[in-house]
Design a protein around this ligand. Structure first.
Ligand code: ARG
Length: 569
């Protein structure tokens, strides 16, 4: 891995501070990490001195005091507070460095060239994409953008659920009761209805089970028969629906590879497992025992009837991806309810002795709940994702009608606000926590919401528009005028670190939080610093640059999360 520390934002000051400390106490630079002081007023960085007190043979507060006296760092002052040494960046270099860094396009970096696979969304065909699929889609897309921004070579993979015995059932159901008319009117709803009916009637009528078994055998035979053609048609119909959702979110995939894509590799997979000596027979089925790996449930890779399973296809997919991409990391953005499945997947590969298994990582996330309860198909209440998006856009349109009925392109902006609200609401939560979905909260223009960020961004655009001139060059401004924007510069200066940490922890929430701080500081800035109409040209120029820096930073962060940034709203 190549990790040259990128010096963006506040990091430009962190390195010289660490180097100075390193020279003064003779500790390896890598061990000197800076934290955030407890209160913003204390400065931008803090060094907890107790970590080095033992080696220095001094009590932590004494060491902090000694260092405060000894250190002399350009543009940075330091002060000991108890066992902490706090660093405060001088106002002028702070404004200048942060503005310059945020204005440049090469904004973050460090891990150029790593190959990162992000598998996300992966809905099941012939079923509606429901709200549960929203989290994987939104989180996976955000992570893909974040890694791309940091210079990784990202491969976005959609592992569609398009294979398995349930599709035998579906085709058999279609042959019995399918209606072309219903299929073209409400395609997915019709397929779901057929499937549910089959599932139910199967219990009373034995011929159904036999039919679906035969259909699946026809599918698995690999021959181009009627069953396969029907299955393919269902896949295509489903994709039309899924693509509508992806288009609205502005999401693309590099590889659309459903489970069926690995069909031809499944026999080889089982053979490979046999060769590795990890398989056993259990009641006619082929399993891999994982007890030594600390997992009680063995992995079932082939049923007694000789059919393969979800797990077999995931094993084949993992191996095929390794052979094709030689990935540095391979992430699976899939709900926490599949944790055992991914533990088993990795454990099987580990038993096979492959090193690359360690580069695979399940990225779980919590459930999404409406204020009235859980949103799952299992409880019989399917809330289609498209309907949720429509509702959000409808509410956004209503609020535009109330607040700004003259707005041009109202429909486009309503779509941007509606979608942005939902995406941001999802990403502002810690990934593993459940998300409670309350419409009032999602769409509020105040508080920690997407529309609040969008509004702040649009305010900046409006100021820049009204200035009726190009944004001045940063070489043309007097940075001392911007010294008062300390809170804003610090907030903006922390974004690059938030982006990097979001990548390391696979946690887009860190960017969401950083953006909320930036927006809050930005709102304070333009409230307290009149930009236009002061009659002071230098002041106006510097403040226009400030507003432009704020706008660009918000736009960057929102783009990474997938929150649209309209110029007017
Ligand atoms: N299709 C599955 C579902 O909707 C998710 C697939 C997750 N990815 C995987 N490689 N198993 O539940």
């Amino acid at each position: 891995m190549t990790t040259t520390p990128p010096l963006h934002g506040l990091d430009a000051f962190a390195l010289p501070i660490r180097q100075a400390v390193c020279a003064a106490i003779d500790v390896d630079l890598a061990l000197i990490s800076l934290e955030r002081p407890r209160q913003e007023e204390l400065g931008e960085f803090a060094l907890p001195c107790f970590r080095f007190a033992k080696q220095a043979q001094m009590a932590p507060p004494a060491l902090a005091a000694k260092l405060a006296n000894a250190l002399s760092i350009e543009n940075v002052s330091c002060e000991a507070v108890g066992p902490f040494l706090n660093f405060k960046i001088d106002a002028n270099p702070l404004a200048q460095t942060i503005v310059t860094s945020a204005q440049s396009s090469t904004y973050a970096g460090g891990d150029e060239g790593l190959t990162t696979l992000v598998e996300f969304s992966s809905p099941n065909i012939a079923k509606p994409m429901h709200v549960g699929h929203m989290r994987t889609t939104v989180i996976g897309a955000a992570l893909s953008r974040i890694f791309t921004h940091l210079g990784h070579d990202v491969k976005r993979i959609n592992h569609l659920g398009d294979w398995g015995s349930q599709f035998g059932k579906l085709v058999a159901a279609w042959q019995r009761w399918g209606s072309e008319e219903a299929l073209s009117a409400t395609p997915i709803a019709h397929l779901l209805e057929l499937y549910v009916r089959y599932h139910k009637e199967e219990k009373e009528d034995e011929t159904l089970a036999a039919d679906s078994k035969q259909s699946f055998q026809e599918l698995e035979s690999g021959e181009e028969n009627q069953t396969r053609a029907t299955w393919r048609k269902f896949t295509e119909i489903s994709l039309v629906e899924f693509n509508k959702v992806y288009a609205r979110f502005g999401i693309e995939f590099d590889y659309l590879r459903g489970e069926s894509w690995y069909e031809g590799q499944l026999d080889d997979m089982i053979n490979w497992l046999d060769e590795c000596g990890v398989t056993e027979l259990s009641d006619g089925a082929t399993i891999v025992n994982l007890e030594e790996q600390g997992i009680k449930t063995p992995s079932l890779v082939k049923t007694a009837h000789g059919t393969t399973l979800y797990a077999t296809r995931d094993l084949a997919a993992a191996k095929s991806r390794w052979e094709e991409f030689a990935f540095d990391q391979s992430l699976y953005v899939v709900g926490a309810e599949q944790t055992l499945h991914f533990q088993q997947l990795k454990a099987v590969l580990s038993r096979c002795g492959v090193e690359w298994e360690q580069r695979m990582e399940h990225i779980p996330f919590g459930l999404i709940r409406l204020t009235e309860g859980k949103l799952s198909t299992r409880e019989g209440r399917v809330i289609a994702l498209g309907d949720v998006l429509d509702r959000s856009v409808e509410l956004a349109a209503k609020s535009i009608e109330e607040k700004n009925p003259e707005l041009p392109n109202k429909e486009i902006v309503a779509e941007q606000i509606g979608l942005g609200a939902i995406v941001f609401h999802d990403l502002k939560h810690q990934r593993q926590k459940d998300v409670v979905f309350d419409w009032k909260e999602v769409l509020s223009f105040e508080g920690d919401t997407g529309p609040y960020l969008q509004y702040t961004h649009a305010r900046c655009c409006s100021i820049l528009r009204r200035a009726e001139k190009d944004v001045p060059s940063i070489n043309d401004i007097d940075f001392s005028i911007l010294e008062g924007g300390r809170e804003l510069w610090v907030a903006i200066g922390r974004l690059p670190q938030a982006v990097r940490e979001a990548a390391i922890k696979r946690e887009p929430m860190l960017i969401a939080n950083a953006l909320l701080k930036i927006a809050a500081a930005g709102n304070g800035f333009y409230r307290d610093n009149q930009v236009l109409g002061t009659g002071d040209n230098d002041l106006e120029k510097a403040r226009l640059v400030a507003i432009d820096t704020l706008r660009k930073t918000l736009a960057l962060g929102m783009r990474l999360l997938g929150v649209p940034a309209p110029h007017e709203m």
